[in-house]
Write a protein that binds this ligand. Structure first.
Ligand SMILES: O=C(O)c1ccccc1NCC(=O)[C@H](O)[C@H](O)COP(=O)(O)O
Length: 219
């Protein structure tokens, strides 16, 4: 199976259709108030309406507003919850596992500490620490540091990826000489395929997907 490719921060139905056309596996919708890409559940319903069931819909949250999470998951047919809200208590971990869909823990990693392992999470999305915001900052980091730690769950590489840089980023953690890299589950991008925050560039999305597929064909 190829790498899972998620394009995040979709705010317009036409961009969602372009994500599906690009051959990506998933799109992300931001329900956090801490973003310039936030969409309401009503807006999100319009965005996902024309999409096929084959494109996974990921809902991104940073706040433990459980009623809102439940509403979004039920109303929109969400496939995966992405949690960006920082370290979790045991109760929060259990709560995130209780919505009837899997969830992914997004970690703003310092490049050294062991990767957190919530009990109920399906996978980890790992990006660097940025003073700019909670996510969608476009800031890259030293991806190769991932080679030095155990991966308790399948990892999605994120933070500052772009069509131009994604193969270099992937090479720094996985290569034919480093078979461990085969545990990488996927890649996630937002700013690197935008013309401005919240507005995706179709050519950049297509090029991103093409470059990932060409890279994995060489592995
Ligand atoms: O995208 C946002 O604005 C955002 C805000 C708050 C929490 C998460 C957010 N995005 C989540 C994502 O999955 C992004 O794709 C990820 O952070 C990578 O973004 P980028 O570095 O811009 O590619």
């Amino acid at each position: 199976m190829g790498l899972w490719i998620k394009i995040c921060g979709i705010t317009r139905p036409e961009d969602a259709i372009a994500v599906e056309r690009s051959g990506a596996d998933a799109l992300g919708l931001i329900f956090s108030s801490r973003s310039s890409r936030t969409v309401s559940p009503e807006r999100a319903a319009l965005i996902v309406a024309p999409l096929s069931e084959h494109l996974e819909k990921v809902a991104v949250f940073t706040e433990p507003d459980w009623d809102r999470i439940e509403e979004v998951v039920e109303r929109l047919g969400i496939d995966l919850i992405q949690w960006h809200g920082g370290p979790l208590s045991r109760d929060e971990d259990a709560k995130l596992g209780s919505f009837g869909v899997p969830w992914m823990h997004a970690i703003r990693w310092d490049g050294r500490s062991p990767l957190e392992t919530p009990h109920t999470a399906l996978r980890l999305l790992v990006e660097g620490r940025s003073a700019k915001g909670w996510g969608g900052t476009g800031e890259g980091w030293s991806y190769g540091a991932l080679r030095e730690v155990e991966w308790p769950l399948p990892v999605v590489l994120s933070g500052g990826l772009s069509p131009e840089g994604v193969a270099i980023a992937l090479n720094s953690i996985c290569s034919p000489g480093n078979p461990d890299g085969r545990r990488l589950f996927g890649v996630d991008v937002s700013s690197g395929v935008e013309s401005r925050p919240g507005v995706k560039d179709e050519i950049r999305m297509n090029t991103f997907v093409k470059n990932v597929r060409e890279w994995e064909a060489l592995l």
